[in-house]
Design a protein around this ligand. Structure first.
Ligand SMILES: Nc1ncnc2c1ncn2[C@@H]1O[C@H](COP(=O)(O)OP(=O)(O)OP(=O)(O)O)[C@@H](O)[C@H]1O
Length: 255
């Protein structure tokens, strides 16, 4: 059996008196795209804070490639909710930032990102400042900065939440294409049920705080998940089941 890339086992977490996570168990296999969906304030981002070691669990265990988390170098590349590009750095210098922080010389860092600039639709904009780019381009630049760090797993915290609906849809399609090509191991936190279904191999749905995993959805839709009628019908069925779980995590009858 493959050792999961990431395992959370009965994790609980609180901030002072506030119980945020009550019981979170999940796994992510190498090359999987997994999403976390849940009501606002349930503790989705807190799961990322636990992984990136900015918060400690009250109980439970976390393992990466079979080893307890924390006993090895940080295996995560984290992309925060907002693009967080530095407005005073050119796009190329924003994108190489993560590598430079790792101690890689700027010239070498530029060489490493060079091949991907085109794939990320940023060719010709390397020397622009973030303010000159569209929202979608800024998010692609932020994602490029995240993936070039070559960590073992990507953590994406609502990466498209600030984008308009059309750009967001385009970005989802683009991200799936890129994921199919590179097979990153990824975990996405999102409010958007359709986005989660479109992108994920598996979705964990959280209850309101203190959060538990109320249901796990494997998404058996074939890839690439174009937007044709057949896949839409199957996807809609899954979306509806997820929405019902979100509206009524106890599984009772909806009013
Ligand atoms: N550093 C912190 N100190 C104290 N409370 C915090 C801290 N970070 C988050 N919280 C609280 O913990 C709860 C969960 O927050 P978190 O950001 O993890 O939820 P979320 O599900 O990601 O929310 P949203 O969907 O609105 O982004 C919230 O009530 C929040 O106010």
């Amino acid at each position: 059996m493959t050792i999961p890339r990431l395992t959370l086992d009965h994790i609980a977490c609180r901030y002072g008196d506030l119980d945020v996570l009550e019981d979170i168990s999940l796994t992510v296999q190498p090359g999987e795209f997994v999403s976390i969906l849940g009501p606002s304030g349930a503790g989705k981002s807190t799961i990322f804070s636990l992984l990136t070691d900015t918060v400690k669990p009250a109980s439970g265990t976390m393992a990466f490639d079979g080893e307890p988390l924390g006993k090895r170098q940080n295996p995560f590349a984290f992309m925060p909710q907002r693009d967080a590009l530095m407005p005073w750095r050119k796009i190329i210098d924003n994108v190489t930032l993560g590598l430079e922080v790792q101690g890689i010389k700027r010239r070498e860092a530029r060489e490493q990102v060079g091949a991907l600039i085109d794939e990320f639709g940023l060719a010709g904009f390397e020397n622009n400042y973030p303010s000159a780019l569209s929202g979608g381009m800024r998010q692609r630049a932020a994602l490029l900065r995240t993936v070039v760090q070559q960590r073992k797993m990507l953590l994406l915290d609502e990466p498209f939440s600030a984008l308009d609906a059309l750009t967001r849809t385009r970005m989802q399609t683009w991200l799936e294409t890129m994921w199919l090509k590179h097979r990153w191991t990824a975990m996405l936190v999102t409010h958007d049920v359709r986005e989660a279904v479109y992108l994920s191999d598996r979705i964990y749905v959280l209850s309101p705080r203190p959060a538990k995993i109320v249901r796990t959805f494997d998404i058996p839709l074939s890839r690439p998940r174009g937007r044709d009628a057949v896949s839409r019908a199957a996807a809609t069925e899954i979306e509806n089941a997820i929405l019902e779980t979100l509206f009524d995590p106890t599984g009772g009858t909806l009013p």
